[in-house]
Design a protein around this ligand. Sequence first.
Ligand SMILES: C[S@@+](CC[C@H](N)C(=O)[O-])C[C@H]1O[C@@H](n2cnc3c(N)ncnc32)[C@H](O)[C@@H]1O
Length: 337
Amino acid sequence: MLAVKVPLKKVEATKDYLIKKGILERGCRIFKEKGFIYLPIKEKFKTEFSFADKKFEEIERPKTLKEVLKGKLTENELSELKTAFDVVGEIAILEIDDKLRKKEKVIGKALLATAPNIKTVLRKEGSHTGEFRAQKMKFLAGKNTKETVHKELGVKLKLNVEKVYFSPRITTERKRIMELVNPGEDVLVMFSGAGPYVCVIAKNTKAKSVYGVEINPDAHKYALENAKENWLYNVKLFLGDVKKVVPKLNKKFDRILMPLPKSGENFLDVALKAAKEKAVIHFYDFLADKDIPKKAYEKVKKACERNKKKCRILGFVRCGQLAPRAFRVCVDFECRA
Ligand SMILES: C[S@@+](CC[C@H](N)C(=O)[O-])C[C@H]1O[C@@H](n2cnc3c(N)ncnc32)[C@H](O)[C@@H]1O
């Protein structure tokens, strides 16, 4: 196969160039010989380096879940299979319809075979319920554990996926909020869970302080551990009900996050009372497509009127889909006296 012979120091830049131009041959194992790296290419290109004819070892493409399950499930069962799954740390979390439950262990084992980074496969049982928004999980395959360490945006988050709410699908939203935080801000994360927002903000911004309040003792315990493991010293975490804890903090904040979309409006009064002049509040809500953003704006405006505050809506984003026509929405607004 045609290859280009590149000195070690120039490999990364050359590889980037070849990928950009679509010249790099995929599926081949790149190798080193006498201080040079040989990159497989589809055609010659203008370069200072020389070309050579080389043999490359083929890299086996990982199989998809359906490919691994061929022959183990009937065609009909394969067509019913939901192939999307979440990965939290080393745990993959699947949804399996009732019809396929008798094959769930086979499906779990097959999923393990598709990706070396997955060590455990669990199945969702029901949905997020109760005050803690926790979700029951059934063990299917691999290492029998529900605790893992998830890495996102430069932080490590240890948690038990059954005892604590956590969604890797909200990473983009956490990044969005993190990028809005200005140096010197006092930030309050209500409903802080195992600390994803708290840790991501404390690690990646110059916030003066990041407070978290969480009612689930397991989630709080993980949040304390995560703040420590990530060496975050400007973090303060409190166990308890936001309605009781926040008024007792005797502190006002520049930015308040309210990631409890199911009933967040019940906590808007507490947030408004803890807000500094011109503070920004991020209010999360679950809404049907047709009600976005009107219904969330109404909740915000009503709460501001009740608390005799002026509000300026800064905008909204959709940050997750729950059903074909239902979304998680975040409304950003500024409040003033
Ligand atoms: C949707 S989860 C979000 C957790 C975390 N912020 C995250 O993004 O992963 C909502 C969290 O709010 C907590 N919670 C519910 N009601 C609360 C309350 N009144 N006071 C404090 N925390 C509460 C739940 O235990 C749960 O951990």
